[in-house]
Ligand binder design. Structure first.
Ligand code: NDP
Length: 293
């Protein structure tokens, strides 16, 4: 077998952030406008705290305003809805992100659908989901958007390629499939009930794994030369150490694939960069300016 090209998501994301920083500076100069992102964190989930800190830091680094709202675990649905209403009405806030998962007892769906769709930088509001599915201008979920950017960069046109997305969550799998369909791929969505997943995967020119099971996809499920995007972030113990691994068995996959994203350093960094890109887009739209390219 050969050795796949490693798609460097970390470098790609750094380049994207540099472009965003330039556009933010230009927006300030020309229109006196500074994009603002509000991140809402309820409770003490350790992984969520890490993500929120990282989002806030990168928001400031590209020259945007970051507003962090940390609420106690005991926050009621009404209190959370009242905060969303305030952020919706605040003209300095162009993007609103509610960090998921919410503590038990809170209705995440109701909270997400209370966000002004124009400020819904996660792209989870039902209106944005519907717009994406019907080919209308939408806010696109950050993780699949990052995956698509890397695929386009690597492959150019995706038209006519067989794409298999393993996983059908609303956050990753389904919007990923919609984006690939919009690129004229022939799309298969696989999940836990799929029969002969190995055979389905072997038909993929583009394989996107978004399952949440450490290294479940081995190299011999991959079509030689395929482009593999590994969304999975799984924390496991190996040789007495905590390590992060994807949903794809990298060691065997790298021998077969044409190109592959590593974990860490692949999809992960692109997700936050796309959040910043969506916030910039939301700010431009709010000001009646054309979308940034
Ligand atoms: P979910 O748990 O919501 O969805 C997992 C999907 O995988 C489901 O559709 C499930 O099928 C399917 N699945 C589970 N087991 C199997 C199996 N044995 N064979 C085939 N399909 C299976 O996860 P998410 O979509 O939220 O996340 C997926 C992974 O991506 C996780 O590791 C997560 O940490 C990571 N992630 C990474 C991000 C990043 O920035 N890089 C962002 C978001 C997530 P069914 O529907 O039938 O149950």
């Amino acid at each position: 077998g050969g050795t796949a090209e490693i798609i460097d998501g970390k470098a790609f994301a750094a380049g994207l952030r540099a472009q965003i920083a330039e556009k933010v500076a230009a927006l300030k100069d020309a229109h006196g406008l500074t994009p603002g992102l509000a991140v809402v964190l309820v409770g003490e989930d350790p992984a969520s705290q890490v993500y929120v800190r990282s989002k806030g830091k990168q928001t400031v680094e590209v020259g945007m305003n970051s507003y962090e709202h940390r609420l106690p675990e005991t926050t009621s649905q009404d209190e959370l809805m009242a905060l969303i209403a305030r952020l919706n009405a605040d003209p300095s806030v162009h993007g609103i992100l509610v960090q998921l998962p919410l503590p038990g007892g809170l209705d995440a769906e109701a909270v997400i659908n209370a966000i002004d769709p124009a400020k819904d930088v996660d792209g989870f509001h039902i209106l944005n989901v519907g717009r994406l599915g019907t080919g209308q201008k939408a806010m696109v979920p950050c993780t699949p958007l990052g995956c698509l950017m890397m695929l386009r960069d690597h492959l150019g046109s995706l038209s006519g390629l067989n794409a298999v997305v393993v996983g059908r969550s609303n956050i990753v799998g389904k919007p990923m499939a919609q984006l690939l369909l919009a690129e004229s791929c022939t799309v298969t969505i696989a999940h836990s009930r799929t029969r002969d997943l190995a055979a389905v995967c072997r038909g993929a020119d583009i394989l996107v794994a978004a399952v949440g099971r450490p290294e479940m996809i081995p190299g011999d499920w991959i079509k030689p030369g395929a482009t593999v995007i590994d969304v999975g972030i799984n924390r496991i113990e190996r040789d007495g150490r905590n390590v992060l691994v994807g949903d794809v068995d990298f060691a065997s996959a790298v021998q077969v694939a044409g190109a592959i994203t590593p974990v860490p350093g692949g999809v992960g960094p692109m997700t936050i960069a796309c959040l910043l890109a969506n916030t910039l887009t939301a700010a431009c739209r709010a000001a009646g300016l054309p979308d940034p390219e």
